[in-house]
Design a protein around this ligand. Structure first.
Ligand SMILES: Cc1cc2nc3c(=O)[nH]c(=O)nc-3n(C[C@H](O)[C@H](O)[C@H](O)COP(=O)(O)OP(=O)(O)OC[C@H]3O[C@@H](n4cnc5c(N)ncnc54)[C@H](O)[C@@H]3O)c2cc1C
Length: 308
């Protein structure tokens, strides 16, 4: 197993940050047995540790200096059995999905460009284009802090939008591996759907760099304040440009100007729920963005995980 000491957070962070903190011990196990043994040891010694996949859903702050971090990225073996697909927690979701689409297995055609690992996709109930790893899940095995291993089904995870009992911290543990269902479909049709989904993502979303996917889980209620601002926005463009269909960029920049947050415009070019950390100032402005977002979309919750 690789072990590194005193490494910069930016060595593992998807989103590189200015003035990164330092990880005292970074463990990179090579396989499931090593991961299990390491986590059992850390648990039994009552050591605090973070388990990470590709960190595509984690925002690190420069004040964060973790003692122990365990990366699952090399725990990435998978095999196709008669009725199921067995995946280690560190299997790359997009790579697996592309291969499963080629083999003609249903349920992966929306996931070919979803960043991250199988373990994290289960942890956070990640998904897109009508597909998710949890909808394919037969069961996964979870290593509990007391060293026992329990089997969790989809029902045990108590799924909600981009959340599970694990993400809500109602249950603690490390997902070691998962069995996914294998449903035979038509490879040509599945590939065609996958290609359409890829195209949709390319048109409607920014590239993978400098963002962490949707910032919020989008379960919030649109506030009256936001409705009024939208109305003003439509009237403005109708009167001055006779444009009936407004782009996300037009709406956000108009509203940001009205509410006195012009400085956020460059970071919200892809809409309210996709903050782009395009420069160092973004890390300072992110808090103002969160406050403003929650004043528009009540009771929403942050989808990304903040490490402060
Ligand atoms: C450009 C971009 C686009 C995205 N698009 C989407 C999208 O369309 N839909 C969507 O749902 N998400 C999307 N995301 C978010 C991200 O892809 C998912 O949240 C993904 O599941 C995170 O995987 P990861 O391996 O990077 O997890 P990490 O960010 O490393 O970890 C996320 C959380 O999972 C926990 N975790 C990781 N592995 C395990 C394990 N084995 N056991 C227990 N806990 C674990 C970590 O402790 C952490 O709390 C996007 C992100 C980016 C950057």
């Amino acid at each position: 197993m690789e072990v590194h000491h005193n490494v910069s957070i930016n060595k593992i962070a998807w989103l590189k940050i200015p003035n990164p903190g330092v990880i005292k011990n970074l463990f990179i196990p090579e396989n499931r047995a090593e991961l299990e043994e390491l986590c059992c040891k850390l648990y039994s010694e009552k050591k605090q540790f973070d388990v990470i996949g590709h960190t595509s859903n984690i925002l690190y702050y420069s004040t964060y200096n973790p003692e122990n971090v365990v990366s699952t990225r090399k725990v990435n073996f998978y095999s196709v059995h008669d009725n199921v697909i067995e995946c280690d927690c560190g299997v790359n979701v997009s790579k697996l999905s592309r291969e499963m689409v080629e083999f003609g297995f249903e349920g992966f055609e929306g996931l070919i460009d979803l960043p991250g690992t199988i373990g994290a996709a289960i942890f956070g109930n990640a998904g897109c284009y009508d597909c998710s790893i949890t909808s394919l899940l037969e069961y996964c095995e979870l290593l509990r802090p007391d060293g026992t291993i329990v089997r969790l089904s989809k029902d045990d995870l108590e799924l909600s939008k981009r959340s599970t009992v694990l993400k809500r911290k109602e249950v603690d543990g490390i997902i070691l591996f998962a069995f996914l269902s294998k449903r035979k479909g038509d490879p040509t049709k599945l590939q065609a759907v996958a290609d359409i989904n890829r195209q949709r993502r390319r048109i409607t979303q920014p590239g993978p760099a400098k963002n962490l996917g949707s910032d919020f889980a989008s379960v919030g209620k649109v506030t009256l304040k936001y409705r009024i601002l939208m109305l003003l926005c439509r009237v403005y463009y109708l009167l001055y440009y006779l444009k009936i269909h407004l782009t996300r960029r037009q709406i956000t920049s108009f509203i940001l100007k009205i509410v006195g947050h012009r400085e956020l415009i460059p970071y919200l070019e892809w809409g309210w729920n996709r903050f782009i950390w395009k420069d160092d100032s973004a890390f300072v402005l992110f808090n103002a963005y969160k406050k403003l977002y929650l004043s528009f979309f009540q009771n929403d919750r942050l989808e990304i995980i903040e490490k402060k």
